[in-house]
Design a protein around this ligand. Structure first.
Ligand SMILES: [Zn+2]
Length: 424
């Protein structure tokens, strides 16, 4: 069956396109895109006047908790949350139980993803065995099993020499390397951003420099080895300054930030709100402003959610005992739209940050509406007003700092390979 999307505002950064038009899907692919398409024969028509049509959103940083912590999330609930949030593809981080450091685990994730069959799931494998930072995981076998990148996310790679080796080894398998940039010597035992708030709450702080020095180290290693490093969840003005310089010098680095870093500050943890406890921590207003500017300028390339589900077991405890992380798949679109409404970024730049650039960084298909591409696409109602409630979220976990917030804009239809996997 053909599907015709009519009169949408089509936003495709890969073609520099921002115009009203129609898009035709047939046999899982985009077959035509024009100001007006008229066809004969049986067709499902989706009237999209007032809606934005983007290449399917791609989240290059999520934690789906399977295998091993299915009480928090699994591939099915995580896929539903992704689809409801407008994402057609997600890259899942390897800090599962067991960690994804072997082809068996990679294959397990991919076979479960096929069973669930909602959004595309791209496994990210470990850099080091068991994420211990001692020996490298078998990159070649992991690549062959279907891993799209390597990262020790959740943990930094402590040893700069091992990181260098990882980059050289990853180069021979064309595997992107994702860096969780954190200097453990500075962050150990920390709970929140180091500053007046940590002092006031009597909690050990994590200085912004813990990120800045680690971002510099990995950017310098990208220069040294010539192999690209992607910096995960950038949260500080200092890291942005390093990235700006690295890009000016032409070092092969890319970076992502998450909606919580451009929306919230460390003040969100006041009252010991464990749903705002995240690593890296929410930072100062100066940091938040630097992140926003970096998104507008192109110093930061992508928005990823770092969706990190935790159950009440891990969150409804004393602040120091609570796990780090918050969920984000279902609130990323409205929080990014806010940047558009504030005039900081254009709708086209939003599509670039959430789709085209993530596809390019991970070297996966998608991020485009060009005819003959797989029909992965997202329709967004930029005006819809809604309130974030636990009942409304598809994730198994409800650890969002945005519960009770009034949002504007959300995904209303998500299509993967020509199949509608979510419709509001
Ligand atoms: Zn991380």
């Amino acid at each position: 069956m053909k599907i015709l999307i009519r009169k949408a505002r089509i936003l495709d950064p890969s073609q520099g396109l921002d115009q009203e038009g129609d898009l035709l899907v047939e046999e899982g692919r985009i077959v035509a895109l024009d100001r007006e398409i008229s066809i004969e024969g049986p067709v499902e028509v989706i009237e999209a006047r007032g809606l934005w049509l983007m290449p399917g959103l791609i989240d290059l940083h999520v934690h789906l908790r399977e295998p091993g912590e299915e009480w928090k999330e699994d591939l099915e609930s995580g896929s539903r949350a992704a689809a409801a949030g407008g994402f057609t593809a997600v890259a899942c981080m390897p800090n599962t139980r067991p960690p994804n450091d072997s082809p068996e685990v990679t294959r397990y994730i991919l076979s479960r993803a096929r069973e669930v069959n909602l959004v595309r799931i791209y496994p990210v494998a470990c850099i080091s065995k068991a994420q211990q930072g001692e020996t490298l995981a078998p990159f070649g076998e992991l690549r062959e099993a279907g891993a799209v990148a390597v990262s020790d996310d959740g943990h930094p790679v402590r040893d700069a020499g091992l990181m260098r080796l990882a980059l050289e080894y990853a180069r021979s398998f064309d595997l992107p390397v994702i860096s969780h940039a954190e200097e453990p010597g500075l962050s150990a035992g920390g709970q929140v951003n180091e500053g007046p708030i940590s002092a006031r709450l009597g909690l050990k702080g994590i200085p912004a420099e813990a990120e800045e020095v680690a971002v510099f180290r990995d950017a310098a290693l990208a220069r040294l080895t010539g192999h690209p490093v992607h910096l995960a969840h950038v949260s500080t003005a200092g890291a942005v300054a390093v990235l700006r310089r690295a890009k000016e010098e032409g070092w092969p680095v890319t970076a992502e930030t998450a909606p919580h870093y451009f929306t919230l500050t460390e003040e969100a943890v006041l009252g010991y709100n464990t749903n705002a406890k995240v690593n890296p921590p929410l930072r100062s207003e100066t940091d938040r402003e630097a992140i926003r500017e970096a998104l507008a300028e192109g110093v930061i390339d992508a928005i990823a959610t770092d969706h990190a589900p935790h159950s009440p077991l891990e969150k409804e405890v004393e602040f120091p005992a609570a796990a780090f992380g918050l969920i984000g798949l279902e609130t990323a679109v409205p929080l990014t739209l806010k940047l558009v409404r504030e005039g900081l970024i254009s709708p086209l730049r939003m599509a670039e940050l959430l789709s085209t650039n993530p596809a390019r960084i991970l070297k996966v298909p998608g991020g485009t509406l060009r005819p003959s591409s797989p029909a992965d696409l997202t329709l967004i109602d930029p005006e819809a007003v809604w309130v974030v409630t636990e009942e409304d979220l598809h994730s198994k976990s409800k650890n969002s700092p945005f519960l009770g917030w009034e949002m504007q804009g959300r995904a209303v239809l998500t299509m993967v390979g020509g199949r509608i996997v979510w419709r509001r």
